[in-house]
Design a protein around this ligand. Structure first.
Ligand SMILES: Cc1cc2nc3c(=O)[nH]c(=O)nc-3n(C[C@H](O)[C@H](O)[C@H](O)COP(=O)(O)O)c2cc1C
Length: 273
């Protein structure tokens, strides 16, 4: 049951919820009515667009939502955040408090998903001690494959070979770049857009993390290691029917960037039909 409810004392019958509904499942009778519960994909646009907070769906009280007017971030600050975010490869030896990690994940689950599936699973390492164990496991598995001459050619072999050597000879962590935490997104393979959903969720995580002073680095080397050790996903508790999205390592940064890098212009292809 969608619990679509109109507060008739508040409703001004403007029809905004009817116009807005992407599935076309709300019709205007005397008041807006849900006409096809199965067709609704629970995006809550009807609740978000109502000028008088008269629409409730899924049992949500519209008065609990954050009011947007006057609360949106200043665009210039957002531009600085986007341009000032860096791949952080130096971290303090201190775990983030679990509440902060939970808050970052809570924000990240607001990222859009295809057909509003919201099935992205956030697999998170909340303690450095756990990541240390995962690194030990990966290094020993990769080292074994290296010794047996089974490391793949190309980038994967190059980066994983380097990761093992740097760890064994210098105690340098190339796989997680010394970060204490790891986030992997995955989604059911039969979701409408599992790959895209996972990447958008991580991109969202990365931005809110940096806004809160948490450093992140997209972790392709971790993904390569997981590719070589397919049993690890299960050990991490990722369901078998899930497609792995990507990984981000994160933590309290031990580096401060004082200015943006300079990129651009964007590569643009203007369509002339
Ligand atoms: C998909 C992807 C995978 C990446 N994998 C790694 C990685 O395994 N290790 C690493 O140190 N940096 C990794 N990076 C970080 C990039 O090297 C970095 O984003 C790029 O050099 C630009 O620097 P910036 O992020 O500071 O702008 C990755 C970035 C992306 C987008």
């Amino acid at each position: 049951m969608l619990q679509f409810h109109i507060d008739e004392e508040r409703c001004i019958q403007c029809g905004e919820c009817v116009l807005e509904c992407p599935a076309g499942v709300i019709a205007m009778e005397d008041y807006p009515e849900m006409i096809n519960e199965e067709g609704c994909f629970q995006c809550q646009h009807c609740l978000a667009v109502c000028p008088t907070a008269a629409v409730s769906i899924l049992g949500k009280n519209p008065d609990v939502s954050t009011v947007l007017q006057g609360n949106m971030p200043d665009p210039a600050s957002l531009v600085t955040l986007i341009k000032g975010r860096r791949a952080v490869r130096r971290y303090r030896d201190k775990d983030l408090v679990p509440e902060l990690i939970d808050e970052l994940l809570e924000v990240s689950c607001h990222a859009p998903t295809g057909v509003n599936a919201r099935s992205v699973l956030f697999t998170v390492v909340r303690e450095r001690a756990v990541l240390d164990e995962l690194r030990e496991y990966l290094i020993s598995r990769i080292d074994k494959q290296k010794e047996e001459g089974k490391l793949p050619e190309g980038l994967v072999g190059k980066y994983l070979g380097w990761s093992v050597k740097a760890w064994q000879e210098e105690g340098k962590d190339i796989i997680f770049r010394g970060a204490p935490h790891l986030l992997i997104t995955s989604a059911p393979a039969d979701a409408p857009c599992p790959d895209q959903d996972c990447l958008i969720a991580l991109t969202t995580f990365q931005l809110i993390a940096h806004a809160k002073g948490v450093g992140t680095v997209w972790d392709g080397i971790c993904m390569m290691a997981l590719g070589l050790c397919p049993e690890v996903a299960g050990k991490l508790g990722i369901p078998e029917n899930h497609t792995l999205g990507y990984a981000i390592a994160f933590g309290d940064p031990a580096v401060e960037y004082l200015r943006t890098v300079q990129r651009g212009p964007a590569l643009v292809n203007v369509v002339k039909w």
